[in-house]
Design a protein around this ligand. Structure first.
Ligand SMILES: CC(C)(COP(=O)(O)OP(=O)(O)OC[C@H]1O[C@@H](n2cnc3c(N)ncnc32)[C@H](O)[C@@H]1OP(=O)(O)O)[C@@H](O)C(=O)NCCC(=O)NCCS
Length: 300
């Protein structure tokens, strides 16, 4: 059946996110990981659409959404946050057509780097991205543990002092400095989004009075994004953030931890399980993945 690709509208984002959840679950069940996604309110998608509508596209077929793509841009970085095709419509060129449109966003915005995070076990998505110039570079594990079991482990006193992040100029400047050190790009609009998100606690890590990193901890127990200025600060920052999540009220504590990060052996040592293998793909080497934990594959 022919399909048409067009810009997405705000009133269809919830429906698009249902397709995303369906497409993820079909994939993860097929690969033995079970269903992992539930359809959530499209807050970040709506934010991205308001921020820069050039990155949000739907493929439509006979009045039905057959596929959805969303990319965002921060300075010179284009990031593909979502590319999903309905299970019955895969392998028929829909993904290719959507990625072409989102790549137009990258060139219209004048970006010089392209990246995304996809499932390490999906050969189709990786093949598609390699064809578009992005190579698999960094393994990332979703690590999870029951909060009570983690709280029972000897996390000890927090190694670093924390102070709350405020949406004030001085704090946004500090966030910029940390992001430049970890990622080489500033993500001010995304910090404003997180600082406004209900149930989200953002903190700076301090060492000898200096702000050396930051983390966001969701009330549901998820840690990330987390960034540090230098990789040797990662163990203390990650342990501090885990301690905060373990003291919360979520059932689980979780984080997306890149392979090069010293946070990974800490997570494993504390009994956290690797529940979903992902991979960062990018055009060139970018970011220091010993210094940064993404929030999730779409937010990065
Ligand atoms: C990944 C996904 C978006 C691709 O969309 P699609 O409509 O199925 O893809 P298309 O039919 O446009 O293109 C498929 C391309 O994948 C590549 N591909 C497929 N199988 C491949 C394999 N085994 N090895 C290498 N490349 C492969 C080819 O480039 C192929 O294009 P071609 O048929 O012209 O050669 C879709 O399959 C999907 O939603 N999958 C589940 C969710 C997911 O993983 N999304 C990505 C999240 S980042």
């Amino acid at each position: 059946m022919p399909f048409a690709v067009r810009p997405a509208r705000a009133d269809e984002l919830a429906h698009a996110e249902e397709l995303v959840a369906r497409s993820i679950n079909e994939l993860t069940v097929r690969h033995g990981f079970g269903p992992i996604a539930t359809s959530r309110a499209p807050h970040f998608q709506a934010f991205c659409l308001r921020d820069d509508p050039r990155g949000v596209w739907v493929a439509e077929d006979d009045g039905e959404i057959a596929g959805f793509a969303l990319s965002w841009v921060c300075e010179h970085l284009w990031f593909l946050a979502e590319l999903f095709v309905a299970p019955g419509r895969q392998g028929q060129g829909v993904g290719n057509a959507l990625i072409e449109r989102t790549l137009q966003h990258a060139s219209d915005a004048g970006t010089t780097e392209k990246a995304l995070i996809t499932f390490a076990f999906n050969v189709v998505s990786q093949g598609l991205y390699v064809r578009h110039g992005m190579l698999p570079r960094v393994p990332i594990h979703l690590c999870s543990a029951e909060r009570e079991s983690l709280a029972g482990r000897a996390l000890g006193p927090a190694p670093l002092r924390t102070t709350p992040i405020r949406a004030a100029d001085a704090d946004l400047q500090t966030l910029r400095r940390i992001d430049m050190a970890a990622l080489g790009v500033s993500r001010e609009q995304h910090h404003r989004y997180l600082l406004d998100a209900p149930g989200m606690e953002g903190v700076f890590f301090e060492d000898a009075g200096e702000r050396i990193g930051y983390a966001y901890i969701a009330s549901a127990g998820h840690v990330g994004p987390l960034a540090v200025m230098r990789s040797d600060a990662m163990p203390a920052a990650f342990t501090t953030a885990l301690g905060m999540a373990a003291a919360g009220e979520g059932r689980q504590v979780s984080a997306f931890v890149p392979g090069p990060s010293d946070a990974l052996p800490i997570a494993a040592g504390l009994g956290m399980r690797f529940t979903l293998p992902m991979v960062l793909m990018s055009q060139k080497d970018f970011g220091d993945w010993a210094c940064y934990l993404p929030r999730n594959p779409g937010f990065m």
